[in-house]
Design a protein around this ligand. Structure first.
Ligand code: 13P
Length: 214
């Protein structure tokens, strides 16, 4: 996709993120790999007012080019894309159920086999650090090791993918799992699947279309 197409797709992703209840107001941010750098949402701009020219081009060194200041979270967007050649798009939201678990610094354990869509046997929750800080980015990178999504304590969630569509799809899956886990916690203590059961699912997910973005 060319630069203009990517800029428009970022905005579509942001609008879909808010319309589907995955995010609210000006919270959250979205980026996509572009050339040697990335295209990222500007800081604190309402998504329904965003135009393709408002998206900021960021070089891997941290220099921004555009009409606005890049998202305050440009560090983790940049660091994820720099560290993970398998990831081209990053979506950060303050989705309600994922954030409720994050308020308790709770990861999502292997309570449902669909946890594996984030790449492993749980969805980690990284420790709290101030938004926009390098410390937060370092924590995020650790929580994303061999994973495509994580929760962020007292903050929200991050979902990544090979494309913006895949990252948004995963954000929806993580929020659904967080909702289901939260609900189960209201009525009891959900049991976790065993390591062997999760290994079997991880293996099966590699060979079947189900469980991946359709
Ligand atoms: P930005 O508007 O600067 O992207 O910040 C929103 C946010 O969610 C910070 O974590």
């Amino acid at each position: 996709m060319n630069e203009q197409g990517l800029r428009s797709t970022i905005i579509k992703t942001c609008l879909a993120m808010n319309a589907s209840g995955l995010n609210q107001g000006m919270a959250g941010n979205v980026s996509v790999r572009f050339g040697d750098g990335l295209l990222i949402t500007p800081s604190a701009m309402p998504y329904d007012q965003m135009k393709p020219e408002d998206i900021v081009l960021l070089h891997m060194g941290g220099t921004a080019q555009g009409l606005h200041t890049p998202s305050s979270e440009w560090r983790f967007h940049r660091d994820i894309l720099a560290a993970r050649p398998d990831i081209n798009a990053v979506v950060h939201t303050h989705a309600t159920y994922a954030t409720m678990l994050a308020l308790l610094a709770k990861p999502i354990p292997a309570v449902h086999y669909m946890v594996t869509v984030a790449g492993g046997k749980d969805i980690r929750c990284c420790p709290y650090a101030t938004f926009g800080s390098q410390e937060l980015s370092d924590y995020v990178l650790e929580a994303l090791d061999e994973r495509f999504a994580c929760l962020m304590a007292h903050h929200g969630m991050i979902a990544c993918g090979a494309s913006l569509d895949k990252a948004l799809w995963l954000a929806r899956e993580v929020e659904t799992l967080a909702h289901q886990y939260w609900g189960a916690l209201q009525i009891g203590t959900p049991k976790t699947l065993t390591d062997t059961q999760m290994d079997q699912v991880l293996k099966k997910m590699k060979t079947c279309k189900y469980g991946r973005e359709s």
